[in-house]
Design a protein around this ligand. Structure first.
Ligand code: MN
Length: 245
């Protein structure tokens, strides 16, 4: 797929997302472990973006309900445009445009294909792989379906199902509930937003209706409160610094 679609969708003057350098990513050491991540993305809908490094890009699937450790639960995964490898470190606020919202690095680590030929597996629509992240481990499979789309899904790319294989890492623990925070900052959405400038969003909230809109509004309010508390904490520190001089 390459990065053209990714770059066309974004305005890098206003988005903090990386533009990406595919050629540089492809020059990586041949036997270097492959990177994977899952980014929890509060945008028009909350979803989890699964990304697997392959041929200098991150193959990407948007998983509305997030991964499940239960082999009996098949999670709908819409394949989306390839992302730059640099995107795997990204956590922050996309203030406007495509994907506007908050991105949390929910899990990251390395992955290894269990299918012998990744390109052939992708073409066939049956990619078996192992994950070694903080939260997700063990054997998984992505199976392409025949254009199956849930009502209300805006997905335009191929539809897949993400399924956990039964192994020592499978079980009925709800991993998205059990481990909801960032593996990068240890924080939740409000603190990730507060690290940026919540004022930007208070004046220009993209939060629409429904549950997602309410969630986003609540995150913005919490972020503003965190920011305010931070400012208040920083006030009494001032005389101390003055005494040092
Ligand atoms: Mn996304």
């Amino acid at each position: 797929m390459g990065l053209r679609k990714y770059q066309e969708k974004r305005n890098f003057a206003s988005s903090p997302e990386p533009r990406g350098d595919e050629a540089k990513a492809r020059r990586r050491r041949k036997n270097a472990p492959l990177f994977f991540c899952v980014q929890k993305h509060l945008a028009s809908h909350l979803h989890y973006d699964l990304r697997l490094e392959h041929n200098g890009v991150l193959l990407s699937w948007a998983v509305p309900k997030g991964p499940s450790l239960d082999p009996a639960i098949k999670r709908f995964a819409a394949q989306v445009e390839d992302h730059p490898v640099e995107y795997g470190a990204f956590e922050g606020v996309i203030p406007e445009g495509y994907g506007a919202g908050i991105v949390m690095l929910w899990d990251s680590g390395t992955w290894a294909p269990e299918s012998p030929d990744v390109d052939a597996a992708l073409a066939k629509g049956d990619l078996k792989f192992r994950l070694d992240g903080y939260k997700l481990k063990g054997s998984w499979v992505l199976v392409r379906t025949r254009g199956y789309q849930r009502p209300g899904q805006k997905a335009t790319g191929p539809s897949w199902l993400l399924i956990k294989h039964r192994d020592e890492w499978s079980g009925d623990l709800d991993i998205t509930e059990f481990a909801p925070l960032s593996v990068k900052s240890g924080e939740d959405f409000p603190a990730i937003m507060a690290a940026q400038d919540p004022a930007l969003w208070l004046n220009n909230p993209k939060a629409g209706g429904g549950a997602t809109g309410a969630m986003l509004r609540s995150v913005i309010e919490q972020a503003a409160e965190l920011k305010l508390a931070e400012l208040e904490r920083s006030q009494p520190a001032r005389p101390k610094r003055e005494r040092k001089r």
